[in-house]
Design a protein around this ligand. Structure first.
Ligand code: NAD
Ligand code: UDP
Length: 314
């Protein structure tokens, strides 16, 4: 039995990961400061004797004997990471230093949840891991993008200088159950708006694209990356290469919910990337032919069912 630490474990992705790790027979420590996560996401795991919940902020050091660390702690939605940008960058940078320090001390393998945002507003399409990105260092998204870029640098430096056993994955837009209804990201916004027959808020003209990955596919990729061969550190893209415009996403959500919502257009936020699509050749090669299994409409349906129940219970 392995002891696994999941930082940000009460968040959207972290809660799915904790559930899977427990099912696989691991002893799981879930660490979170509940900034964007919620005890509700992991409430069903609390009775499990192999699950431990710790309120802690990764900007402070944490000590525990663990075999593996998944470092997910960081707000991921632009609304939340821009709320306190200094805290966001501290979370990425000091969080990485603290968790890498722990990994070094206890000789744990450590995986960093990096992001497609390291590519910024990409000039090459689709994005491969060797592309260095096009990121504004002083814009409203920089606290997140540059924090995650610096975390990647720290991971590589701890690996090269101190031999820490690291893994870096670059996650592309992921959605699914356990997203916070107030999260502010596009999939949860559109579904909640559609279910309540409120206006669907498209920022800009809706021609910008994203490639949406269902959470189960991500967790499978994450788990394979953690178990992969010792000298493969990544970074590796984990995302669904099927690309949609934001307008197409809105139309799909309206159709699947039978909603009476109207689409309205609001101003496009500063530095909003115009396109994003992962090249997943490296993940397929290194992670035993990993590729996403759940396509957009099936994943949206599962997520709609989740939010429908949640909103009725409120
Ligand atoms: P989320 O906001 O639901 O989860 C983040 C979790 O981290 C929350 O539970 C939050 O309370 C916790 N947290 C934040 N700051 C913390 C701190 N200082 N100390 C301890 N805990 C803290 O977001 P998510 O979508 O589950 O994202 C999880 C990770 O995956 C993040 O690192 C994010 O950057 C990365 N990621 C997500 C996506 C996506 O599309 N969902 C894409 C790329 C990368
Ligand atoms: N977006 C939108 N309406 C919303 C929320 C987001 O049109 O209510 C757009 C946003 O401008 C961006 C895309 O949807 O172009 C994805 O936004 P999200 O915040 O989900 O993720 P990110 O921009 O970080 O990829």
């Amino acid at each position: 039995m392995k002891r696994v630490l999941v930082t940000g474990g009460a968040g959207f992705i972290g809660s799915h990961l904790c559930e899977r790790l427990l099912k696989e027979g691991n002893d799981v420590i879930c660490l979170d400061n509940y900034f964007t996560g919620s005890k509700k996401n992991i409430a069903h795991l609390l009775d499990n004797p192999y699950f431990e919940l710790v309120r802690h902020d990764v900007t402070s050091p944490y000590f525990a004997e663990v075999d593996e660390i998944y470092n997910l702690a960081c707000p991921a939605s632009p609304v939340h990471y821009q709320y306190n940008p200094i805290k966001t960058i501290k979370t990425s940078v000091m969080g990485a230093i603290n968790m890498l320090g722990l990994a070094k001390r206890v000789k744990a393998r450590i995986l960093q949840a990096s992001t497609s945002e390291v590519y910024g507003d990409p000039e090459i399409h689709p994005q491969t891991e060797d592309y260095w990105g096009n990121v504004n260092p002083i814009g409203i998204r920089s606290c997140y993008d540059e924090g995650k870029r610096c975390a990647e640098t720290l991971f590589m430096d701890y690996h090269n200088q101190n031999n820490v056993d690291i893994k870096i994955i670059r996650i592309f837009n992921t959605y699914g159950p356990n997203m916070n209804p107030d999260d502010g990201r596009v999939v949860s916004n559109f579904i909640v708006q559609a279910l309540q027959n409120e206006d669907i808020t498209i920022f800009g003209d809706g021609s910008q694209t994203r490639s949406f990955q269902y959470v189960d596919d991500l967790v499978e990729g994450m788990s394979r990356m953690m178990q992969t061969r010792h000298n493969f550190t990544g970074p590796v893209n984990i995302g669904n290469p099927n690309e949609f415009t934001i307008l197409e996403l809105a139309q799909n959500v309206i159709e699947l919910t039978n909603s009476k919502s109207k689409i309205i257009n609001l101003p496009l936020p500063q530095d909003d990337p115009t396109q994003r699509q992962p090249d997943i050749s490296l993940a397929k090669k290194e992670l035993d032919n990993w590729e996403p299994k759940i396509q957009l409409r099936e994943g949206l349906q599962k997520t709609i069912t989740y939010f429908d129940t949640l909103l009725k219970d409120q």
